[in-house]
Design a protein around this ligand. Structure first.
Ligand SMILES: Nc1ncnc2c1ncn2[C@@H]1O[C@H](COP(=O)(O)OP(=O)(O)OP(=O)(O)O)[C@@H](O)[C@H]1O
Ligand SMILES: [Mg+2]
Length: 228
């Protein structure tokens, strides 16, 4: 992988368009950060995790930085970091804070940007405002990360319905985890959305592995098609 702009990023820049999209998921812990790192590394782009609930061994921004190895300037500072790994509205309250919508305005980035949401779509950011309301306000398309295994049909189709009801553009699905014999077909048929990738379960999560997958999963080709 090159150390300057990726081909697709270069191509988009030439066309005066930038890839800006949101990585959201059907649940918490579904793989949004790993998939974000995959895209940030592949596209050599900016990353923003506006709301981080819980500061374990590493924040999501730190994981993306470690795996993508982009220039640190591309990892945009969180708007909020809360101590407890709970829903943002409650995490804020525990820290005697409150999430202000004005702090969540998109950073003005002259280039491609990936925004990772907090938890699933319907998690509250405040007592009267959901993550999905903020996605609608941002007015960017989304990539929906979902699990490959049992339970995904219900969660993924419900998530798609919620997004479509609000006219939020869905670029496609990333099915994350051990390959399933039927779920990708069923999700494609019911949703009529592109499956951008079936991202395998990795034993070794490394930069090298992400680079191999970027090529094997034909990501440049797929993104060129999606953003044409
Ligand atoms: N395909 C995969 N192979 C191996 N491990 C994975 C895979 N996808 C996710 N994981 C692991 O599962 C855990 C949760 O993934 P991740 O942090 O990306 O989820 P998330 O959706 O970003 O969670 P959050 O809602 O907290 O932001 C991490 O330890 C991650 O490394
Ligand atoms: Mg995450």
């Amino acid at each position: 992988m090159g150390n300057s702009y990726s081909c697709i990023t270069k191509d988009m820049t030439k066309k005066g368009k930038f890839l800006k999209f949101i990585i959201c998921g059907t649940d918490t812990d579904i793989g949004k950060t790993l998939i974000s790192a995959f895209f940030v590394r592949g596209l050599i782009c900016h990353y923003w995790k506006p709301i981080q609930s819980g500061i374990g061994a590493e924040t999501d921004s730190e994981v993306v930085y470690r795996l993508s190895k982009v220039n640190k300037k591309k990892i945009i500072k969180e708007a909020y970091i809360f101590n407890e790994p709970v829903s943002p509205h409650w995490a804020a309250e525990i820290d005697q804070n409150i999430i202000k919508r004005s702090s969540l305005d998109l950073p003005k980035i002259n280039g491609p940007l990936i925004v990772e949401t907090a938890g699933g779509l319907m998690v509250p950011l405040t007592r009267d405002y959901l993550q999905i309301d903020q996605i609608k306000y941002w007015d960017l398309p989304v990539v929906l990360v979902c699990r490959s295994s049992l339970g995904t049909l219900n969660h993924t189709l419900l998530s798609i319905e919620a997004l479509q009801k609000r006219n939020i553009k869905i670029l496609g699905l990333i099915i994350n985890g051990k390959k399933h014999l039927d779920n990708p077909k069923t999700l494609r048929e019911f949703s009529r959305l592109p499956i951008i990738a079936e991202f395998p379960s990795l034993k070794d999560i490394s930069e090298k592995q992400l680079d191999i997958l970027w090529t094997d999963l034909k990501m440049e080709e797929k993104l060129n098609f999606i953003f044409q």
